[in-house]
Design a protein around this ligand. Structure first.
Ligand code: AMP
Length: 302
């Protein structure tokens, strides 16, 4: 099976306590599709400007991502500039330039409209809705977002959350959207009339899944060095949704495995700037780290 994703394809400029990178390849859809491509076929919907180099497109091509839905128009590509201090869980946005995304009106290629699995990666929620409306009969829909959209378009996001099966969101953003300090209360509020599953990303502390009455807690992989956390969330979502699209399994057990694949992919991504580590993994490396997660979390019952 395959997955369709809409989100940003971007130039990122990132500063961490360990170094900096200027105008490197980034974007929510870029990280997501590269990560998901290790598990399933991926089709991408996004827009770039005339300044977007072929070598960046080649990164996605080499991962076999279907780029029929990647439009190139006159103007400049989306740009994001961010900084991380020693608390690498917290990205500080310095600049966001939507550029060609400001008036992007996605029209899905005919072959994309039958997608069964859909991921609405972080981008304007109005665009997320426009893509969702064009998919005929999706089996499983998930979305992500960030504070930029929570603060600028909360009503549109509320509308979107009602139409998806799964919301994947950062801890701080879940609290901000719900206006609740308690994560359990925030989850209940987001899920009320909205998605039946919620996954809260907690950076180096892992992820929590709320699935009806069940709660699952997954750790993050304990890495000695984290170089650049940019894209960790999208890479997590790519592993998670790529695995779900591959197996078609949305039982509690299947979702738990998918979260661990998501955490596995995110742990590789933060080991280098941009997609430098993510773009050249092998399935053996991925499966080996998945196995380490099992040892990390396993304990005997009484
Ligand atoms: P994360 O996985 O949360 O670290 O996402 C990082 C990626 O999100 C970067 O590569 C950025 O290009 C992209 N990004 C940042 N701000 C936005 C935004 N407002 N809309 C869409 N994508 C964004």
């Amino acid at each position: 099976m395959s997955i369709l994703v809409v989100g940003s394809v971007a130039f990122d400029s990132v500063e961490t306590p360990f170094g900096k990178a200027d105008d490197v390849l980034g974007g929510s859809a870029t990280y997501f599709s590269t990560s998901a491509s290790y598990f399933t076929d991926v089709s991408l919907v996004a827009v770039v400007g005339e300044d977007f180099p072929d070598e960046h497109v080649a990164v996605l091509e080499e991962r076999g991502v279907d780029l029929e839905g990647l439009t190139r128009v006159p103007g400049e590509t989306f740009r994001w500039k961010g900084r991380y201090d020693f608390d690498l869980n917290q990205a500080h946005t310095l600049e966001t330039h939507l550029n060609v995304f400001s008036d992007f009106n996605p029209v899905l290629p005919e072959s994309y409209r039958d997608a069964e699995f859909l991921f609405l990666a972080n981008i304007d929620p109005e665009l997320q809705l426009k893509v969702l409306e064009q998919v005929k009969n999706p089996k499983f829909i998930a979305c992500d977002t960030m504070n930029f959209w929570i603060e600028s378009k909360p009503e549109v996001l509320g509308e979107l959350f009602k139409k998806v099966d799964l919301v994947v969101i950062n801890e701080g953003e879940a609290r901000e959207f719900a206006g609740e300090a308690s994560l359990v209360k925030a989850a209940a509020k987001i899920m009320d009339g909205g998605p039946r599953i919620l996954i809260v990303k907690r950076g180096e502390y892992g992820a929590l899944m709320f699935n009806g009455p069940s709660i699952f807690s997954a750790p993050a992989y304990p890495l000695e060095d984290i170089f650049d956390p940019t894209g960790a969330g999208d890479t997590f979502a790519g592993g998670l949704m790529g695995y779900i699209a591959n197996t078609g399994d949305i039982t509690e057990e299947g979702l738990r495995q998918a979260i661990i694949f998501g955490s596995t992919m995110a742990s590789f991504n933060v080991e280098a700037f941009s997609l430098d580590r993510l773009k050249s993994l092998t399935r053996q490396e991925i499966n080996a780290r998945f196995g380490e997660f099992k040892r990390l979390t396993h304990f005997e019952s009484l």
